[in-house]
Design a protein around this ligand. Sequence first.
Ligand code: NAD
Length: 357
Amino acid sequence: MKRYKIVLLSGDGIGPEISEISIKILKKLSRKYAFDIEVNEQYFGGIAYEKYNDPAPKVTIDHCKASDAVLLACVGDVKYDTLARELRPESGLLKLRSALNLFANIRPVKIRKPLLDSSSLKKEIIENVDLIVVRELIGGIYFGQPRGQISNTKVKKAFNTMVYESNEIERITKVAIKIANQRSKKICSIDKSNVLEVSQLWRDTVFNVTSKDKEISLSNMYVDNAAMQLVKDPSQFDVILTSNLFGDILSDLAAMLTGSIGMLPSASLSNSGPGVFEPVHGSAPDIAGKNIANPIAMALSTSMMLKIGLNEIDAANDIEIAIDNVLSKGYRTSDLNNGNCQVLSCSEIGEKIIQEI
Ligand code: NAD
């Protein structure tokens, strides 16, 4: 029997509620497909700060490094916003990404047919959307040095550094090429090279790497135009390649094409070692503990973990099919309520998904 060791980081806010469902799904799939899955839950985020005074404690990082894959829910809460930056839950995310060298973040954005009416955009605009955002995850302005605040002057000042080395751009471009080669072979690289030197290096490097693969068709777009095009005509995109900051913003924008941020999964990968699979959304403190969160993004992240991290393709597909079946029957969590569906709680819709498997 195949045996997998995964680490679960259920984190903060709605994290424990949506994690519980994914674990039940995994247990059911492990029986159906005869694999053994050991789920090792570790402290991460605000809850880890409470216990260890560190949002990403060494013990958690060590367990993650020794696993086959990491399933992460979400972290954060306003109550931690006044902490020193390195103690905040979000800094734990950056630390985990760095520790596992997760330089590639993959965010598929696909419209699920039963949800065509749930988007704030018109059905005709979104019906053919099927794109993947490939975002560089451990470089750029979120990690660049120097950074800081100067407050001992008359006027306060704060600064960050947006910096990329060409080898960081090369390796993420190769990931985008690999994904594009399994799809339509189209890459749109997004930057701000009309203003930023770092974006000019990005554009030149992406061109150099992609031009070695004659099958790939590369286009470039400025990030401001890309934001507009994602709303105006999102189906023009197939693989979007972009840097850490632009990818962070554009992938949330793309998430809303699907109707709710509660629908979108992601994978963060290195060239070797375990990946981290997590929903795009945050800890949603406004609805935490109310049993109304949408658990589908987490369930789809579990599907990505099975497919990419553990190579359990059939089990991964089962989750997707089960979710589509549940949505087709008109069941929704309240974030997707269009007035024409049966609204269920987080745990109820979780049970429906589990029954479909
Ligand atoms: P958020 O994604 O948590 O919430 C934005 C909005 O979407 C809220 O109205 C929330 O209720 C809703 N929402 C999010 N997920 C949902 C779900 N599964 N079902 C139904 N509704 C959902 O973003 P935010 O409010 O900007 O941030 C809240 C906290 O999460 C902050 O502390 C932030 O730093 C953190 N955060 C963490 C991650 C992460 O863990 N990867 C990502 C983004 C934000």
